[in-house]
Design a protein around this ligand. Structure first.
Ligand code: AMP
Length: 189
């Protein structure tokens, strides 16, 4: 069972109100189901919104923030726990270690970098944990098109692509993540 989930999401909150609303919805679901959040530790954008939603509903939030961002005072001040690390790489490694599963919500390059790194580590069997996308309004549709393009051109295994959990509903997404079974697939064609 998933007890802690890392959520990667925008440090901006997006152009449409729906992103904020859905961040709150995911936060509420996690809090109500006693699933702790591990995230980047920021108070800005969707990051701050999901953290607040969980804290307001008595859930647990662990933030992992690199020192240089902490200095810029974008850290959330009232998390259950805030860990300061030195580099972005250390942060991603610690987020991976502390979490049972990984979710990307809409975001920018930081979000993409984080979830794709989790995907690459999964391909190399460096972890065997589930990961997926909270696909609000098919935000990630074009990315999935590109992944399918990689599959078609034999740069990505269908079996690796199939590891991705995709849903626009928190309950369904967590159900898919909880059912995940990691089978080893050779990385090389
Ligand atoms: P982006 O999608 O480019 O907005 O980047 C968001 C992701 O990168 C988050 O999941 C964070 O882990 C990290 N990140 C980027 N900016 C910040 C920030 N100001 N505070 C904390 N984490 C950040």
């Amino acid at each position: 069972m998933i007890k802690k989930v890392a959520v990667f999401c925008g440090s901006n909150s997006g152009a449409d109100i729906i992103y904020k609303e859905e961040a709150k919805k995911l936060g509420l679901y996690l809090a109500q189901n006693n699933i702790g959040l591990v995230y980047g530790g920021g108070k800005v954008g969707l990051m701050g919104i999901i953290a607040d939603a969980i804290l307001e509903n008595n859930g647990s939030v662990t933030g992992i923030m690199p020192d240089h961002l902490y200095q810029k005072e974008v850290a959330h001040e009232r998390l259950t726990e805030l860990q300061i690390v030195q580099t972005m790489h250390e942060r991603k490694a610690l987020m991976e270690k502390l979490s049972d599963a990984f979710i990307a919500m809409p975001g920018g390059m930081g979000t993409l970098d984080e979830i794709v790194e989790i995907f690459t580590w999964s391909q190399l069997n460096l972890h065997t944990k589930p990961f997926g996308f909270y696909n609000i309004e098919n935000f990630f549709g074009k990315l999935f098109d590109f992944f399918e393009h990689m599959v078609k051109n034999q740069f990505l295994h269908q079996g690796h692509y199939d590891r991705i959990a995709i849903s626009d509903n928190p309950k369904d997404l967590l159900t898919i993540l909880n059912r995940y079974m990691h089978g080893e697939i050779d990385k090389w064609f």
